[in-house]
Design a protein. Sequence first.
Length: 326
Amino acid sequence: MKLRTLGKSGYSISEMGIGCWQLGNDFGPMEDERATAILQEADRQGMNFWDTADVYGGGVSESRIGGYCRENPSDRFIVTKVGRDGTLYPGAYTKQKVRANIEGSLKRLHVEALDLVQLHCIPTEVLKAGDMLAWMEDFQQEGLIKHFGASVETMDEALFAITHPQLTSIQTIFNVFRQDQVNELFPKAIENQVGIIVRLPLASGVLSGKMQKNHQFAESDHRHYNRDGAFFSVGETFSGIPFEQAVEFAETLKAWLPEGMSLAQMAMRWVLDHDAVSSVITGASRVEQVAENASVSSLEPLSSQLHEKLTEFYFNTVKTHIRGVM
Ligand SMILES: NC(=O)c1ccc[n+]([C@@H]2O[C@H](COP(=O)([O-])OP(=O)(O)OC[C@H]3O[C@@H](n4cnc5c(N)ncnc54)[C@H](OP(=O)(O)O)[C@@H]3O)[C@@H](O)[C@H]2O)c1
């Protein structure tokens, strides 16, 4: 597993990390044994960068990670998020309540200081008011957190947060179906030494090419209940593209696969081919997926011809289908 440096933190993190929203049962129910096996596989594959949030499964994802790490100590970077808990979101942010939320994460993860806490897609006006960022600086000085970053939904939010001198990372949706960051965000990330953490590299799984238009998701899976953005930002589910349309796009891409690569590998390799990216936190709901995702680190970069085709495909065909504010 190759390592990259995460922004100004100096952390050497695995370029393929793991997203742990799935461990909160938000992609359908997941039993404890499977959650443990997924984390064991991440360790075995040298993935030392794990992303979670206090709200995933109401704390279940963090608790599973915390329990596993206590029993299997190792050098890892466990990054979490704050800001979407019902006590805060959307408009009840106070320093005291944010601190209480962070203390909850510390307890569930069994650590004295959190490696990195990301503001969790807080409303744009709350982000821009600046109080949350100032409180994070205070929590950092107090030693509750080691670093802080921002997980954002829009380019506007990313371009605002990236100028903060202490900000370590931006987490953004970046994939073959969502490419605007290449020109608009990545040069600034490099210039400001801010790490880029990529979520949804597979557009919630559809970019693996395994889904048919009639695919049925469990009722507790956000790909069922938030398919069209009924519960939270539509962009977080299938990258904002109507599911059937996304399945069609994935079918088109299958014709362009380099020999021996799966569509999932091609989609993730495409992300890694961008130098500004620090780690890709693909979510996994099965052990085999963890191994396949880790393998992307050792694949050759895609050819420049394929990169050009994928860029054209995005700007000429895909972009117009994205719903929600980008
Ligand atoms: N606002 C935020 O900050 C925010 C929002 C969303 C996500 N995140 C973070 O980002 C992580 C990644 O995003 P995501 O999980 O939503 O999207 P994703 O990584 O694009 O998709 C994950 C899904 O893709 C499928 N998959 C993964 N590896 C595969 C493989 N090798 N072959 C075939 N299918 C594969 C699985 O689907 P099946 O379950 O159907 O098998 C898995 O649940 C999350 O886990 C979470 O940590 C953060």
